[in-house]
Unconditional design. Structure first.
Ligand code: HXC
Length: 516
């Protein structure tokens, strides 16, 4: 073969690989409103940055006539490229090739880029759209999945792992995304479940649609499996880029600094009057976050799940910060099981990847009731305490209003080793609310009083004067200062600057035993 022929052969084979499962299947993919695996990579990465590996890989299966069904690349496109100039590894499952089903060689391709990503310290992004284990390959396919899972665990806390679910993701295949740091589900074509509607019908005689069982909104609102829902694939890919803008490439790097366009000492005057006069009235914590963050920008994580706690990324003077904030607008900002698990996972992500934590606290306590107790608020609430206590990144707490009882301790208090704790003048740091407190400590005295209800109201007033303020805690040094709300942004930026070189190590151990 002449050199020219060899070149022509290479070009022809590349062309063949790019045809994937053929035009008919590509058209059918488009007809469903889906992009192809290759189009997704092109949309995700910086232009011309994609470097593909293993384009010539073919599966090695000879059962069930599979030797006649071979495609160059075998159903998954893998490689690396850049996002905003930063290296990322990516795999994109190709539904047009045997339903994107996973063979052993396909898994090997994914494992290869995961190994490289861990070696060089760059994130892995998975774009999922697959019919699951390639049924013809049997246990070889299962082995492939398990190899991926193992690498997901090895990579956890070392490099960020992000997943977009853009089509089916069923059976054990769901466990790789579940281990990754963030999941985005496309709203109309994606679903995730361990067992599908047919099995549910057979085993439980329950009729349920694919969407109701494992659609994007179900996982965003009910299970909390997905942290983001995208209206369409373009939005999903943009969201991946956006998340990446807040996080470092690995656990040894600092998160990416972007030169700020907002001023450091910008006063947030509206915050001086944001807390309602009546302590039982809610306000929207998002207004506080938008007011203090650089340019009012906030990337909320898991916005549809456990809305009594708000978590997400913002920047202060150009530096990314992870915010954990009670939301008085939902369940009065009480902590419950879902809020605890949502916030704990976010805190642990931030701590793994050197993102400082900012807590905005207004919490009346843990949500009472048999539902919470029987479903394990004890174990789950402990996760939150554990996550704050073990975090060694800079930790700042601002008490806006209520900081009651156990929730005061848990929410990144001084005693959990918060580095800086400030309170607004509206802070109320106490064992419980005034009403509940006087009903317990003055119940007997009230019975003997001439007018018991008047007596209780007076005592309530007395208790409120004594404890419904931040000065008691400030006297003891549990909080470092009482600040004007309007100065919050400036004080946070100052605190972050002061803590930039913080260095703390927990005692050496194999790993802790977080109450899972
Ligand atoms: C082999 C598969 C396949 C699979 C789809 N195909 N899934 N081939 N193994 N798992 C093939 C189809 O035969 C078809 O081939 C092509 O891909 C497109 O599939 P369609 O069914 O035509 O597409 P659609 O109607 O959109 O339906 C998509 C689907 C369905 C809902 C995903 O294909 C499906 O139910 N597939 C099987 C899902 C499944 O049971 N997987 C195993 C789960 S258990 P042709 O040649 O006709 O185009 C699992 C365990 C993982 O994954 C364990 C990890 C530990």
């Amino acid at each position: 073969m002449s050199s020219a022929d060899k070149l022509a052969q290479l070009r022809a084979m590349r062309e063949k690989a790019r045809e994937a499962g053929g035009q008919k299947r590509i058209d059918s993919q488009h007809a469903k409103g889906k992009l192809t695996a290759r189009e997704r990579i092109i949309n995700l990465l910086d232009p011309e940055s994609f470097e593909e590996f293993d384009m010539f890989v073919k599966h090695q299966c000879h059962d069930f006539g599979m030797e006649k069904t071979k495609y160059l690349g075998d159903g998954v496109i893998t490689g690396c490229g850049t996002i905003d100039g930063r290296l990322v590894y990516v795999y994109s499952q190709d539904f047009t090739v045997i339903g994107g089903s996973l063979s052993k060689t396909y898994a090997d391709k994914i494992c290869k880029i995961m190994d490289m990503a861990i070696k060089v310290g760059a994130p892995v992004i998975g774009l999922n759209d697959s019919g699951g284990a390639r049924i013809q390959e049997g246990v070889d396919s299962l082995a492939g999945y398990a190899e991926i899972f193992w690498r997901n665990v090895q990579a956890s806390g070392v490099i960020p792992q992000l997943t977009a679910i853009l089509g089916p993701c069923a059976g054990g295949a769901v466990y790789s995304p579940a281990i990754t740091d963030f999941i985005i589900m496309e709203k109309h074509n994606s679903y995730m479940f361990v067992t599908g509607p047919k099995v549910v019908k057979t085993v439980l005689n329950e009729d349920i649609t694919t969407e109701k069982l494992g659609g994007a909104m179900v996982h965003a609102r009910k299970s909390g499996v997905t942290q983001f829902v995208a209206e369409d694939e373009e939005e999903a890919l943009l969201l991946l880029r956006k998340i990446f803008s807040y996080i470092p490439s690995n656990n040894l790097e600092d998160p990416p600094y972007i030169a700020p366009t907002d001023t450091v000492d910008r006063k947030c005057e509206e915050l001086n009057s944001i807390i309602p006069e009546n302590a039982n009235k809610p306000y929207d914590i998002n207004d506080v976050i938008h007011s203090i963050a650089d340019n009012g920008e906030f990337l909320e994580v898991a916005r549809n799940f456990a809305q009594n706690i708000v978590v997400g990324f913002a920047r202060f003077n150009g530096h990314p910060v992870g915010i954990v904030a009670n939301q008085p607008k939902h369940l009065a900002g009480c902590l419950d099981i879902n809020a605890s698990t949502k916030a704990s996972r976010f805190i642990r992500f931030c701590d793994s990847f050197n993102v400082p934590l900012l807590v905005l606290e207004d919490v009346p306590g843990f949500l009472p009731g048999s539902n919470q107790e029987h479903n394990g608020i004890i174990t789950n609430g402990a996760k939150l305490l554990y996550a704050f206590a073990e975090a060694t990144v800079p930790k700042i707490t601002i008490i806006l209003r209520k900081a009651y009882g156990g929730a005061y301790c848990v929410m990144n208090s001084r005693h959990m080793r918060a580095d800086v704790v400030y309170s607004w003048p509206s802070g109320e740091i106490a064992v419980m609310g005034a009403k509940g407190a006087v009903e317990i400590i003055f119940r007997k005295d009230a019975k003997n009083a001439k007018d018991p209800s008047k007596y209780l109201v007076e005592k309530e007033e007395e208790y409120r004067d004594k404890f419904a303020n931040p000065y008691n805690a400030a006297e003891k040094g549990y909080i470092d200062d009482i600040i004007e709300p309007a100065a919050t942004r400036f004080r946070i930026i100052r605190a972050l600057e002061m803590l930039a070189s913080k260095s703390v190590n927990n005692p050496p151990r194999k790993h802790g035993n977080i109450p899972l």
